[in-house]
Each structure stands twice: as structure tokens, then as C-alpha cells.
Design a protein around this ligand. Structure first.
Ligand code: PEP
Length: 257
């Protein structure tokens, strides 16, 4: 983390978990445990149908509500999809774009990720752009090439001014939901590389100010070490974000001096 230059953001990704009533219950538990967080922004990305319940439940506390996806068209005959404007209108602040599960199960590509990033930014949302390599790609030694490609494609056509609204999450696919965490060195190496890639595209000042998260089996026991890396400015957390106590422990790790 480097709080002098950029925000630390701890974001939970609930994936397809919890009903609206469970959302309310979680919010009550979280609110009871939350520290008076000064430095760290907290986001909870809930299933789309639970957004109104989450907005209501978190309205009196500094927790932003995020979505897990959007469709890039503004409106029209796209059965089952949700637009950026619809999310914005509900009070959503962040939206996860290009999560590896969406790339893997729902055919998202670097091209559609870029369109979704633009749609989110045009609506005034903060995209959390996910990038990451598979185990095979890591073993082939092409992690950095792949990450550079994903970052450059996701940000194609994004102005420097709009980049300020973006968050990039490095999520090695082999570490998501597997219990296998990247070592702090592995995570730091790629997060630093992402910042270098952004610097080549936008210059040093902007690269210094962008929040880069790590995601992949982050939990209370490893959060402090991961967040202690200078280029890791927060976490995107799946499993451990479903439990208010674990989530708060990670928030506390992000609030350390
Ligand atoms: C995720 O869903 O983005 C994620 C990192 O999941 P987990 O923490 O469960 O690995």
C-alpha cells in the first residue's frame, strides 16, 4: 500500500451467493464489527438482484455497493442483461469487469472487457478491471506478456482523466477459490509490472495514483503480508468476504500503519 499517493480499497466479491435477506443480515453483522476506517475504502460487490437491499442496508455507513458485471449497450433487446446506467441509478459505485469466471464461463474477451470498461466509465461508475494468468500460462513463462495484453486491451481508448476512476485487480486464476494464494513476492511482482505498464501508457504521475488490488484466496491470515507490498493497494476478496468477521479482519489489516 502507499496511502500517500492512492486509495486502499478492500472489495468483497460475493459471486452468486446470499439472498436479499442474507444481505441484510450480513450488513448488520458487518456494521457491528467495522472499525472507524480512516484510510481504507470498503466495497461489497453483490449479485445484481441484491443491489437495492445492499444499498438500503449500507446507507448509514461508509461501505460502497458494487456490481459484479454489466452489459455495455445502453438499452435495448438484450434479455437478461443490466446496463451501466441502471446500476448507477440504483446507487452503485463500483463494478467488477472481466472477472476470470466471466471470461471462463460466459465467453468474455479482452474486447468485451474494453467495451464494458467504457460503458462503466461513461455512466460514472468505477470499474474494477480483473486481469490474471492461468497456471498453464504461468508455467509457460508468459505471465507478464499476458498481463500487459489484458491491461492494454482493457484500457484501450480510456483517457488519462477517466483512468483515475479505474481500479485494476490482479487475480491469478490458479489462486481464485482454490485456497492457493500467490506468495507476496509473486503478487507484488505482477502488481508492480501492472503499474509499470500503466506508466508506459499514461505517465508516472497517473501510474502512481492508480489503485491496484490483489485477489486470490486473500484471507485474514495472509492479508497483512500481501497488503504490506508497496504496489498492492487492496484486495478483491471472494470466499473470505462472505463472512463478516473474516472480511473485517482483512479491512483491519488494510488499516495498519
Ligand atoms: C474473487 O472472486 O475475485 C476471488 C479472489 O475469490 P477468492 O478470494 O475466493 O479466491
Amino acid at each position: 500500500m502507499n496511502r500517500r499517493y492512492r486509495k486502499t480499497i478492500i472489495a468483497g466479491n460475493w459471486k452468486m451467493n446470499k439472498t436479499a435477506s442474507e444481505t441484510k443480515k450480513f450488513a448488520e453483522e458487518l456494521k457491528a464489527l467495522l472499525p472507524k476506517a480512516k484510510w481504507c475504502d470498503v466495497v461489497v460487490c453483490v449479485p445484481a438482484v441484491n443491489i437495492p437491499a445492499a444499498i438500503k442496508a449500507f446507507k448509514d455507513v461508509r461501505v460502497s455497493v458494487g456490481a459484479q458485471n454489466l452489459f455495455y449497450e445502453k438499452s435495448g433487446a438484450y434479455t437478461g442483461e443490466v446496463s451501466a446506467d441502471m446500476l448507477k441509478d440504483l446507487g452503485v459505485k463500483y463494478v467488477i469487469i472481466g472477472h476470470s469466471e466471466r471470461r471462463q464461463y460466459f465467453g468474455e474477451t479482452d474486447f468485451t472487457v474494453n467495451k464494458k470498461v467504457h460503458a462503466a466509465l461513461d455512466a460514472g461508475l468505477h470499474p474494477i478491471i480483473c486481469v490474471g494468468e492461468s497456471l498453464e500460462q504461468r508455467e509457460l513463462g508468459i505471465t507478464m506478456e499476458l498481463i500487459a495484453l489484458q491491461v492494454k486491451s482493457a484500457l484501450a481508448g480510456v483517457s488519462a482523466e477517466k483512468l483515475r476512476k479505474c481500479v485494476i485487480a490482479y487475480e491469478p486464476i490458479w489462486a481464485i477459490g482454490t485456497g492457493k494464494t500467490a506468495t507476496a513476492e509473486q503478487a507484488a511482482e505482477v502488481c508492480t509490472f501492472i503499474r509499470t505498464t500503466v506508466r508506459h501508457l499514461y505517465g508516472a504521475r497517473i501510474a502512481r495514483s492508480i489503485t491496484i488490488q490483489y485477489g486470490g484466496s486473500m484471507k485474514p491470515s495472509n492479508a497483512a503480508e500481501l497488503l504490506g507490498q508497496p504496489d498492492i493497494d487492496g484486495g478483491l476478496i471472494g470466499g473470505a468476504a462472505l463472512n463478516a468477521k473474516d472480511f473485517v479482519e482483512i479491512i483491519n489489516a488494510a488499516n495498519q500503519e
